[in-house]
Design a protein around this ligand. Structure first.
Ligand SMILES: NC(=O)c1ccc[n+]([C@@H]2O[C@H](COP(=O)([O-])OP(=O)(O)OC[C@H]3O[C@@H](n4cnc5c(N)ncnc54)[C@H](OP(=O)(O)O)[C@@H]3O)[C@@H](O)[C@H]2O)c1
Length: 315
């Protein structure tokens, strides 16, 4: 074959791969308006969370940005108001690595907000290279990505039920496929690896969704979990330099923008198709199967029981 034909084929292949990887088919085409609805998004000051908040503000929701840095959140709020024209965008402080902060935040919401239509558990971090423990004696990645969201969701359940039909959207990752829940190492007592901490915590998001879905039967509250795609964001800020280099130099054409990465969260939060769907794993705005471990009811129930104890939900 002539060299230029080979080159053409390679270019076509790369373009198709790029389009597919960045979610050619993964757009939320619902035009649903969110007027009169209140949405909470954790980690909404940057990345996928901020893009999700902007879209929901554009759809006229009351949007609560649940963030740990007031300064960053106020700046995001200004950007969102400017871009959407919706001034009903509120900043609330919450540090998702501290259970006490989650409790204070949830108490404030229940006291001040008459309704909650959508809770988007988006805040997340990829583990630091060295093990960090929180003031609650939890490993930082598990605390931020799973335990705090577990606690927050449970503390807001009555408000969500009162506001039903309402939705909970958990942001996981396809990286859950490389995770495993090691019940003997839930607080990194035996060993710590930053990659595994992230993968395992994202598997916990899937298992949490599975068990919560069962417990929500008949309440009018749905819960789904999603993979947003591989997105250009600040997620890898504390990753190893080599990982940062790969994602900074080689991967960019294959990364979704935060707007593209937010599509799945928006789809789960607003679309008519998803209004009665619950307990599902969604990727590129389509329901898919999570990993085999993500469908293990026994592990999901056990994780729930231990999470209740470790977060102090039941003593
Ligand atoms: N990017 C991807 O390719 C990808 C792929 C699969 C899944 N995800 C998931 O998508 C979600 C959003 O990530 P992203 O990519 O948008 O990353 P990001 O740009 O780093 O945004 C993460 C958000 O979470 C917040 N956060 C982190 N720790 C927190 C804490 N202790 N308390 C409160 N907020 C905290 C961050 O706040 P600060 O700015 O204050 O740190 C930030 O607002 C995460 O759950 C992540 O696991 C991302």
């Amino acid at each position: 074959m002539e060299w230029y034909l080979v080159l053409l084929l390679v270019v076509v292949f790369l373009v198709v791969l790029q389009k597919w990887w960045t979610g050619w088919f993964g757009y939320c085409d619902s035009q649903a308006d969110m007027r009169g609805k209140t949405v909470i998004i954790t980690g909404a000051n940057t990345g996928i969370g901020k893009a999700t908040a902007l879209e929901l503000a554009r759809r006229h929701a009351r949007v609560i940005l649940a963030c740990r840095s007031k300064v960053k959140a106020e700046s995001a709020r200004n950007d969102i108001i400017k871009a959407s024209g919706n001034t009903d965008v509120i900043v609330k402080e919450v540090d998702m690595s501290r259970l006490a902060s989650v409790r204070t935040f949830a108490e404030e919401i229940c006291r001040e907000e008459p309704r909650l239509d959508v809770l988007i558990n988006n805040a997340g971090m990829a583990g630091p290279s060295k093990k960090c423990m929180t003031e609650d004696g939890l490993e930082l990645t598990f605390a931020t990505n799973h335990f705090s969201h577990f606690l927050l969701t449970n503390l807001l359940l009555d408000l969500l039920k009162k506001s039903s039909p309402s939705r909970i959207v958990n942001v996981s990752s396809m990286a859950h496929r490389w995770g495993k829940v090691d019940f003997d190492n839930l607080c990194a007592e035996k060993w710590y690896h930053e990659g595994r901490a992230y993968f395992d915590s994202k598997l916990m998001n899937i298992l949490f969704t599975r068990e919560l879905h069962k417990r929500l039967a008949g309440t009018g509250v749905t819960v789904n979990v999603l993979h947003p795609g591989t997105v250009r964001s600040e997620l890898l800020r504390s990753a190893h330099w080599f990982v940062k280099m790969v994602f900074g130099l080689i991967m960019p054409p294959f990364l979704k923008t935060p707007y593209q990465g937010a599509q799945c969260s928006i789809y789960c939060a607003v679309s008519e198709e998803m209004s009665r769907v619950s307990g599902q794993y969604v990727c590129d705005c389509r329901i898919q199967d999570p990993s085999k471990q993500g469908m293990d009811d026994g592990t999901a129930k056990k994780l729930w029981d231990i999470s209740e104890r470790l977060t102090g939900l039941t003593l």
